[in-house]
Design a protein around this ligand. Structure first.
Ligand SMILES: C[S@@+](CC[C@H](N)C(=O)[O-])C[C@H]1O[C@@H](n2cnc3c(N)ncnc32)[C@H](O)[C@@H]1O
Length: 643
């Protein structure tokens, strides 16, 4: 898949080659490559687990509402338009309207998690380690834009061609944003006065407030109900997303920008949790861009507060705080050669967008006799892709350790290997994304634990070991699999499981991990995780898309399947029930990323089911495996008919 030329880290040889192959895009990449080289030589890129969270939340967020397609900076028929007129005059952006075609911006950032969540954001806060980074941004007005941002050794990107807004993170890949085409929040942070004017001229004037000693007018914007529902799906409902702009009464400038969203997450059969994300930015150092009269904020600070609450959170409200400081280095108008081609989204996103035009056509609901299930929300044609899924955790089998990527389980074809402390990866990206948990893993001696897995031919304890390392590294929360259905375990199984727990616990203890880091690892937690993995893990056979096979793991089978490169647990695919005559199918082409396809036409409202076992087996054999291995009596039509 063709992605944006990513923001690079040294060495660059391979990327440079790619850029050359990309022809047009190479000029663009080279200009900022040079900039990064000269400006950021001081930045080292240690990979920190919290950096993923920082970049996911603060890297490229979108503003809650789209800009007006056409604005007149001369029209004054509301208080908001009056305030925006003052702002346009103060920034000198009226002169830009209709005059400039594009803008190029470079800047630097410093991001950090804030340890004291109660300190006042306006005053500043005590933060943990800071991560430095930089970004480049292109805009072609009004709604084409592109940003590439690197920090802590990770790069993220986002863009919009006016039709699709998309985002790229190394951990989620490329994906399209839901809802209306919205501007990048960064542009609103005092950086792009035209977009600020366009967005806020439809706002509501809601009063006045003093911000940092300056009297300000407050303008409010809210995402409308239609867009909120377009940004929701069957499990995550966006309840509100509002923004406030604080414009100085004296200078006319935008001093502070706040936005806050509330999302309700509920998997059928569980109680809901709520996530509230509030971002506040303070703009500083307003001055004219070099060689122009247009005034922009050249630096500022953004504070983010994420609160999670609901009945499932035993410990009450969980709060995470992070902050970013940014500076703008360069703003250039009308960069020659910047064409609309530069804003074309990655090919796969474009294809998916035109094929499906929105979120996957499924919802998770309750059935009468098989718990939760996945239902089609519209008619889906035979053979169509329903959705793809990335694993929550994937782990190679012991037999495949030398032949597949240690992270994504892609087969290693000899040459393309990236090696790190005894394991191999298919790409530098996989190596980088594994660093967090692998740093944890390599601190301990796993020989006894691995011997135990080998002796009993167990594969799931290896997944739990990886999960533990991911949790300790901060990549996953300890309750990440809690919503999945657990298997009922016999007492004989529990005693075997406890042997494994003892060995795992000892490995961490001997490696002197801090008590706090491994506090989650109780015998109860370990047993509960294995009970969930047992029902929900998929055995991964990379068959290059041979759709005829039944690829769902024999999740409960104790014997390693021949040809399996490893096992993985997913979120959405775990809600698919089994059918001995399924209408859907899960498969893996090259790595642990799963693809769910229909096997025949599926009508709106129909339950989508996959086959957990080899459907060619006879009735008795199927019943035995399903009841002994998976613990249920199959209620599918084929079984009911005795076939
Ligand atoms: C991977 S989970 C599927 C999602 C599950 N229904 C839930 O609520 O999380 C597998 C479990 O779903 C139920 N199930 C799946 N297919 C079934 C079927 N054909 N008949 C009865 N129960 C089924 C069983 O309880 C099984 O252990």
């Amino acid at each position: 898949m063709q992605r944006l030329a990513p923001l690079m880290e040294e060495p660059m040889d391979e990327q440079e080659q790619e850029d050359q192959e990309r022809g047009k895009r190479s000029t663009r990449s080279k200009s900022w490559k040079k900039w990064i080289k000269t400006q950021l030589q001081i930045i080292v890129f240690p990979k920190k687990p919290d950096m993923k969270l920082l970049l996911s939340v603060m890297g490229c967020p979108l503003f809650p509402v789209p800009p007006l397609s056409k604005i007149s900076l001369h029209q004054v028929s509301s208080s908001a338009q009056y305030i925006i007129q003052q702002f346009a005059a103060a920034t000198g952006c009226k002169k830009l309207a209709g005059e400039i075609k594009n803008t190029f911006v470079t800047g630097k950032i410093t991001m950090s998690m804030v340890s004291d969540v109660n300190s006042s954001p306006a005053v500043g806060s005590s933060s943990s380690v800071s991560h430095k980074g930089c970004f480049v941004m292109w805009q072609m007005l009004p709604e084409k834009w592109l940003i590439e941002l690197v920090g802590g050794g990770h790069k993220v990107a986002a863009g919009s061609d006016g039709e699709i807004t998309w985002r790229y993170t190394p951990w989620l890949g490329d994906h399209a944003a839901k809802g209306a085409i919205r501007p990048l929040r960064r542009a609103l942070q005092g950086l792009d006065p035209l977009t600020i004017s366009s967005v806020f001229s439809s706002a509501q004037f809601v009063g006045e407030k003093e911000i940092n000693g300056k009297d300000c007018f407050i303008l409010k914007l809210s995402t409308d109900q239609i867009d909120l529902s377009r940004r929701s799906d069957s499990t995550a409902e966006m309840i509100k997303h509002v923004a406030f702009g604080y414009f100085s009464q004296k200078s006319g400038l935008l001093i502070c920008l706040e936005d806050s969203s509330l999302t309700r997450i509920q998997i059928p059969g569980t109680v809901p949790t709520y996530w509230e994300t509030s971002m506040s930015s303070w703009m500083e150092d307003y001055r004219a861009i070099e060689g122009s009269e247009v005034v922009i904020a050249h630096s500022g600070r953004t504070d983010v507060l994420i609160s999670r609450f609901g009945e499932t959170l035993r410990g009450g409200i969980s709060v995470t705080r992070m902050e970013e400081r940014w500076t703008i280095d360069d703003v250039v108008f009308d960069v020659p050669g910047l064409s609309v081609d530069c804003f074309i989204p990655p090919k796969e996103i474009k294809m998916d967008f035109h094929q499906h035009d929105g979120p996957p056509p499924i919802r998770v609901g309750l059935t009468e006799s098989a718990g939760r299930a996945v239902f089609a929300t519209r008619r889906i044609g035979a053979g169509d892709l329903i959705h793809t899924a990335k694993p929550v955790v994937a782990c190679p089998s012991l037999a495949s350790l030398d032949s597949v990527c240690y992270l994504c389980l892609k087969k290693l074809m000899g040459s393309a290997k990236f090696q790190d402390r005894g394991v191999s990866y298919c790409s530098q990206e996989c190596q980088e994304n594994s660093k967090g948990f692998y740093d944890v893993e390599t601190r301990a001696d796993w020989s006894s634990f691995v011997d135990y897995c080998r002796t009993y031919n167990f594969k799931y304890p290896l997944m739990v070991k990886r999960l533990c390392c991911m949790i300790i590294s901060g990549a996953l929360p300890a309750d990440c699999l809690d919503i999945l259905q657990p298997a009922a375990l016999s007492s004989a199984m529990i005693s075997k499981i406890e042997d494994g727990y003892g060995l795992l616990w000892n490995a961490f203890r001997k490696a002197n991990f801090k008590d706090d880091d491994v506090a989650f690892l109780t015998k109860q937690w370990y047993t509960a995780i294995l009970a969930r993995i047992r029902i929900n893990a998929f055995r991964i056979d990379l068959v290059g898309g041979s759709c005829g096979e039944d690829l769902l793991s024999l999740a409960a089978a104790s014997v390693e399947g021949e040809g399996a490169v490893g096992h993985a647990v997913y979120m959405l695919p775990s809600f698919y029930n089994h059918d001995c005559d399924p209408n859907a199918h899960i498969m893996w082409l090259q790595n642990a990323d799963a693809r769910l396809n229909t096997l025949r036409d599926v009508e709106e409202g129909e339950e989508l089911r996959i086959c957990y076992i080899d459907a060619s087996m006879g009735y008795e054999a199927r019943q035995t495996i399903l009841s002994q291995g998976f613990g249920f009596i199959c209620n599918c039509l084929r079984c009911q008919s005795g076939d």
